[in-house]
Design a binder for this molecule. Structure first.
Ligand code: DGT
Ligand code: CA
Ligand code: CA
Ligand code: ZN
Length: 581
């Protein structure tokens, strides 16, 4: 069975957590950074290893020789001795326990020692029985928070973060596309609609004869369980715990099947109603004219566009198919022209090794250039964020000189690429910033973020963020609601008030492209678009590999009906500068 990047990343991340339990200095961060870098990697680690052994692995930025050896051990033997030893000492389900907000490795160890808590069930029981509140450091307040955290994990449970599992599904798509007789394969379902989380993956294949595809699919290396297998559809589970449905359809019905299996269900139901009103019938095989209760003639079916048009509608982009008003616009031919995936000219948030990133300014610049971008904004953390090695005023001034130096070098090489001076400034509890205005004035772009006091009451939290927007140097509020999908809920803020203040103060709001953030969520993006508030898409890259996340940010923008004119970094650098404060 193939070893996936996600699996290796998970193991390294658990090693980091175990080491943190034991107060080992530096190492936990090193392991975690490598885990993040590997999770973001496009290339399969197994392939890298096949080509160049552990040496090739250690060439990945941020990966040292010793962790590379650990990864090699796993690839060669299927186990990591160090991990198994750590796990033996404290045999807990780290993945689910750390998912509970406020439960870090140290607390998990404490609870294991005190109450033998190994998993969410144990934790919930201990919280309910009152045993938890008696453990030193766990008052009634923190028990309450833990119960809330468990509830959150449970309700979000089971859904996977699209960007994290997408490489696994794309791989399957590519393999299926090579099967003899297969003319085309598409990812459909919620993944095609770019929903931030997906319940399962759906694939559609075009082939005259479904037999060989079905047979190949259920016998793939990645498959760990076959839920169901029929003549034209099958449903399986692949590593690491992802369900995949596949259907095989003939050419003449392919558009109808694409439409049907892309969903959403609500969009489909609404379309079918429109068909009925026209005396037509729409199903996954086509659009039919009816006569005497019988299908008389298929009038569309091979393309989605043909079906929309036959129903009197303009083609609706998959990201908009949620039955939230898009069909009315399609009827009136007034759909927005969504921002294209290749429209992005810059990336507005990233971190270098000056704070908590893995790469240098220069490395990020070259990598962004290779991705076709024209500019990047370097936004290292500032001083309050000591855990991220945040910059104080003096270091930020030096950092600006370093950016100048990189720009000078690029110019000398004849490269048309700009590295902009930026910063991710901390918003303090009272809404003031942790950097002086005099220094902020020297930057091209200032982003401000909440990284502390997540639990302020709604009114105070809202006031705090609005106060930051009122600073004349703050151009963008980064990850405006602070959520981390499946891990941490958004803090309590009045988004309508924030959007109104953003409009008034001409502050852009960020769509953070990191797959487990995508903050703003689609509904808020739509509100911004409607209000005329500008959006900024930033990858928040902490390593070169994260730069490719930009596309997930664009997907989220499209789900929020954003056009190119709504996104500041879909514009060339000069125009972008004019669009921010
Ligand atoms: P998920 O998997 O929960 O993230 O969401 P989807 O949208 O991928 O849902 P899924 O996998 O259950 O089904 C894929 C698509 O198939 C769905 O978006 C629409 C279509 N579909 C499934 N069941 C029905 C149904 O009962 N009626 C209609 N009209 N369409 C359906
Ligand atoms: Ca699905
Ligand atoms: Ca499905
Ligand atoms: Zn941040």
């Amino acid at each position: 069975m193939r070893i996936t990047n996600a699996e290796i990343a998970q193991l390294l991340s658990e090693i980091a957590e175990y080491l943190e339990m034991d107060d080992v200095p530096f190492k936990p961060r090193a392991y975690q950074k490598v885990a993040d870098a590997i999770a973001a990697l496009d290339e399969e680690i197994v392939e890298i290893h096949k080509k160049g052994g552990s040496k090739a692995i250690s060439a990945i930025p941020g990966v040292g020789a010793s962790i590379a050896k650990t990864i090699e051990e796993y690839i060669q033997t299927g186990r990591i001795a160090q991990y198994e030893e750590l796990k033996k000492k404290i045999p807990v389900d780290l993945r689910s326990l750390t998912a509970v907000e406020g439960l870090g490795p140290k607390k998990i160890k404490k609870l294991y020692k005190a109450l033998d808590i190994k998993n969410l069930d144990d934790l919930e029981k201990a919280a309910a029985s009152g045993a938890l509140a008696k453990v030193e450091g766990f008052g009634s307040k923190s028990v309450e928070n833990i119960l809330k955290g468990i509830e959150f994990v449970k309700t979000s449970g089971g859904r996977l973060i699209l960007g994290n599992v997408f490489p696994a599904i794309e791989h399957i798509k590519d393999v299926l596309a090579k099967v003899k007789g297969v003319e085309r394969v598409d990812i459909v379902g919620s993944a095609r609609r770019k929903k931030e989380t997906v319940g399962d993956f759906d694939l559609l294949a075009m082939a005259k004869d479904s037999g060989p595809v079905m047979n190949f699919f259920v016998h793939m290396d990645e498959v760990v369980h076959v839920h169901a297998q029929g003549e034209t559809k099958a449903s399986v589970r692949i590593k690491p715990g992802i369900d995949v449905d596949v259907r095989v359809v003939a050419r003449e019905s392919y558009g109808a099947a694409l439409l049907y299996f892309t969903g959403s269900k609500a969009h489909n139901v609404a379309l079918r109603q429109m068909a009925i009103k026209k005396g037509l019938k729409l199903n996954e095989y086509g659009l039919f004219r009816m006569k005497g209760g019988k299908e008389e003639k298929m009038i569309a079916g091979d393309t989605e566009e043909g079906i929309y048009n036959a129903l009197g509608l303009t083609y609706v982009e998959p990201e908009m198919r949620e039955d939230v008003g898009e069909l009315e616009l399609a009827q009136n031919h007034k759909l927005p022209v969504l921002v294209d995936y290749d429209a992005m000219k810059g990336d507005m948030q990233m971190h270098t090794n000056w704070s908590d990133g893995a790469n240098t300014i220069e490395e990020l610049a070259y990598a962004a250039m290779a991705l076709g971008l024209e500019y990047i904004v370097i936004t290292d953390h500032t001083k309050r964020l000591t855990v991220a090695n945040g910059l104080d005023e003096a270091r930020l001034l030096e950092h600006m000189k370093a950016v100048d130096a990189v720009n000078a070098k690029l110019k000398k090489e004849g490269k048309k690429f700009a590295v902009l001076k930026g910063s991710e400034v901390d918003i303090l509890k009272d809404g003031s910033l942790d950097m002086s205005d005099a220094v902020l004035a020297k930057l091209d772009v200032v982003g401000a973020s909440v990284h502390s006091y997540f639990n302020l009451p709604r009114e105070a939290q809202t006031k705090r963020i609005i106060a930051a927007m009122e600073n004349p140097y703050v151009d963008i509020i980064f990850h405006p609601t602070g959520r981390v999908i499946n891990r941490r809920p958004a803090y309590d803020v009045d988004m309508d008030a924030i959007i109104e203040a953003a409009k008034r103060t001409k502050t852009a709001l960020e769509i953070n492209a990191f797959p487990d953030r995508l903050d703003l969520k689609d509904e808020y993006v739509r509100k911004c678009v409607r209000a005329g508030v500008k959006l900024s898409i930033g990858t928040d890259a902490h390593a070169v590999a994260h730069l490719s996340y930009l596309a997930w940010g664009v997907g989220q923008a499209r789900r929020g009906w954003a056009e190119r004119s709504d996104i500041v970094n879909a514009w060339p650098v000069e125009k972008m500068k004019k669009m921010i404060k």
